[in-house]
Ligand binder design. Sequence first.
Ligand SMILES: Nc1ncnc2c1ncn2[C@@H]1O[C@H](COP(=O)(O)OP(=O)(O)OP(=O)(O)O)[C@@H](O)[C@H]1O
Ligand SMILES: [Mg+2]
Length: 572
Amino acid sequence: MKNSSSIKFFCKNVLRSVGAQTALMASAAILSELAEAAGPWLFGLILESFSSSGSVSGRLFLGLLGAWVVASLFPILYQALDTRVSPRVFKRVQEDLLDRLSRHSEAFFEKRSAGELGQYVRQAATAATTLHNILFFDVIRILVLLTITELLLFPKQPILAGMFLLWVLIYLALSFKISKSCLSKIYSQSALGARTMGRILDLLMNLDLVHVSQTGQAERASLRETLDQERTAQSDLRGYLTKMNLFQAASKLAISIGVSIFAFRQLQAGSLGLGDFVMFVQLSVLTALQVQNISNRLVEGSNQLGILAHALGTIPEVPSRQMAPPQKAHAGNAVVVSDVHFSYPNGRKVLCGLNLHIFKGQKVAIVGSSGSGKSTLFRLLADSYQAKSGRIEIFGRDIASLTHEELFKNVTIVPQTTRIFNRTMAENLIYGTRATEGEGRQMLSALGGDAILRKLPAGLQTPLGEQGSLLSGGERQRVALCRALLRRSPIILLDESLSALDAPSCEQVSNFLREHDPDCTCVMITHRLESLGDMDQIYYMSDGRIAESGTFAQLMARDGLFRQALNAGNNV
Ligand SMILES: Nc1ncnc2c1ncn2[C@@H]1O[C@H](COP(=O)(O)OP(=O)(O)OP(=O)(O)O)[C@@H](O)[C@H]1O
Ligand SMILES: [Mg+2]
């Protein structure tokens, strides 16, 4: 079942992209093998004619030389084609899997580290490339060689031909069975490899913490343990494969010696000419060698298929959504959340009957103590997670019926953790927008970010380092905000996006947000209660629901949670 989905993936994604070149490669493999099999046949004919007439035709000899030339050169032609095709297969599979990954929501990444998934993508690409080679080189070659051997052998020695074919079939069936039983070892090795890669990346990304905490030694010891497990799995697998190679070598030797003795007896009895004797022995040795090769390649192929299936199972396709019929939108509603309940996959209950009604163009703040579920609400609005019950509407349409394309055309979210690529400032500013670099610079300037550009050695063209390490926290937030505003979506969700700005900068940016587009609905999570005087509405979250709502003046007029929090020093 698993394998059938990877075979489908292989045919659809790999073969379609390199079909024409693959046909050329297959032709080169067929020709080279025809020539290789023609060698013993022509050699047999030469000996036959020499022993019967004492002379050899020059044509036969030329044919033999020609066969040798083709048999030697065509595999090189195959390789030359392959140097173009394999990288394309590799690239195509990586692109497709990265595309799959990019469609998954946050919930998917909760249990899998980025490094681990990246390793699966690489493993799948390598597996597909190897499979492509096995199918269009090794399998084709053995099929051609076996067919020719049988065609030459059968008219003269039908029993020998039948026994030989039987041996090949038994040999391949046994090899296939052995390869299936080592599949679980392959899975565990590939899973361990991916896990190790995930751990290494996680460690590298947190090296500063390791350094400060002085835990380098403990981390090294724990990593060594993971590497040891991987090594044990590797040697386990190698040991298994060595046993299999032993069986193959013994079996190959048995058939080669068996056919040679049989043919020798026939030669002694006079029922076989010298030429046929040489041809049979050479062909059977050659075919047995190729059968051994192909059995190794088949084992490798089925392993690679297993690895591909494992990677595809780990990175499944995101099912496309059932589109609901368009509903009549209420012109004034931007975001409506009705009685939403939500728990995280680990069972942690976070939202319990949340209701919100945000009108188009409103500037709204969501506040509440740490852990009260504010960011969780945004994750639901970005469809990273789905509510257990209740309903969320964006411009009158149920979020569950929107495609991500539709959703993100309407909604832009700036998450609590600022995302910056290790690319240039310009690329980061206009990432995911249709804006030009000039517009990016203008927006940054409007957000008070001129000073940031002046400090960067190559201005807009300066790469910002891993996660924007060249910038301060507040500068990173300005870049993320600039990028979000340039998307010009009608709804913008800001999760503590101004938290690292100093008070005057925060006020400047807040004023800009309020005034730059009256139609834009802006929902802002913040802990700075004192700065919310101009908000159209403030929602105070507590225990997974809205405990209080109103304008700043209304909330201050009540002796409720908001006023108490503000008087206590803003620290909600
Ligand atoms: N992926 C997750 N799995 C399980 N629990 C989670 C997950 N993410 C958050 N939580 C829990 O859900 C609760 C709400 O988290 P959330 O991030 O929504 O809080 P918040 O109101 O945004 O807090 P803060 O103001 O500190 O950012 C927290 O108790 C948190 O521990
Ligand atoms: Mg939060």
